[in-house]
Design a protein around this ligand. Structure first.
Ligand code: NAD
Length: 250
């Protein structure tokens, strides 16, 4: 028995990184997965491999959500889970951040999450209830220099998560957020820096002494999507190797 047998879950940003691992794990746990992304050349073969459905979905575009939901329903008959995982990151000092960059990050991370909740919640309700997991970040609960626009969007995702949890509880929909620290994906290492050098950095920064793995975030998303979290809604879950536990002098 899989933990998601009979469920239909849409995962955004599923072509690589954390979304890819969520799609793989959810499929292995019995879910029918709708893999959504803008990287069609990665997403399509992955969907085939895990027995899911690939849809081209730019989360920042309202029309794309309408089309993706229609395609998913046509294929699987319903949707009862959503993982809003797609996101983008840019590094910049706040006072040097161009307005277009701030707005782009807001549009993908924050507006994309809002559009996802709005498009899919009615489908989950119609399916008799289910779950939404939003991907925030440790920068949703603390600050970090040079990621002002990103941190603002991730703080907003926590606000959306809490409000959605309140409004959707009566419809049988639980809404929670994952808040990863540093996780080894193309986002955190866009230059493809030598894994040894990355390892050295996190050995000193993170109490558990290493960068996180996307598979570990996927397991948290599985917990929040499955029945093991049946009495949990409206909460942020930090997964960061202890980075936010406090200041360490060790
Ligand atoms: P990633 O860059 O490897 O994957 C992100 C995926 O989102 C990609 O497949 C990308 O094509 C897709 N995407 C980007 N813009 C999109 C759009 N407009 N519409 C649809 N898909 C889009 O990064 P990741 O680390 O796997 O990131 C997943 C989520 O985790 C993001 O929300 C990110 O902000 C969050 N996060 C990552 C880390 C980290 O250290 N990697 C830490 C905290 C939070």
């Amino acid at each position: 028995m899989g933990k998601l047998d009979g469920r239909v879950v849409l995962v955004t940003g599923a072509a690589r990184g954390q979304g890819e691992q969520e799609a793989r794990l959810f499929a292995a746990e019995g879910a029918k997965v709708v893999l959504a992304d803008v990287l069609d050349e990665l997403g399509e073969p992955l969907a085939k491999e895990v027995g899911g459905l690939y849809v081209h979905l730019d989360v920042s575009r309202e029309a794309d959500w309408t089309a993706a939901v229609a395609t998913a329903k046509e294929h699987f008959g319903r949707i009862d889970g959503l993982v809003n995982n797609a996101g983008i990151l840019r590094f910049n000092e706040l006072v040097s951040t161009p307005l277009e960059e701030f707005q782009l990050i807001t549009q993908v991370n924050q507006v994309g999450t809002f559009l996802g909740i709005r498009a899919v919640a009615p489908e989950i309700e119609a399916a008799g209830g289910g779950t939404i997991v939003n991907t925030a970040s440790y920068t949703a609960v603390t600050g970090m220099a040079y990621v002002g626009a990103y941190a603002a969007s991730k703080h907003a995702i926590l606000g959306l998560t809490r409000v959605a949890a309140l409004e959707l509880a009566g419809k049988g929909i639980r809404v929670n957020a994952v808040c990863p620290g540093a996780v080894d994906t193309p986002m955190s290492n866009p230059e493809g820096t030598d894994p040894e050098a990355v390892g050295d950095l996190y050995r000193t920064l993170v109490p558990l002494g290493r960068v996180g793995r996307p598979e570990e975030v996927a397991r948290l998303a599985l917990f929040l999507t499955g029945d093991d979290s049946s009495y949990i809604t409206g909460q942020p879950f930090v997964i960061d190797g202890g980075w936010l536990a406090g200041v360490s002098v060790l």
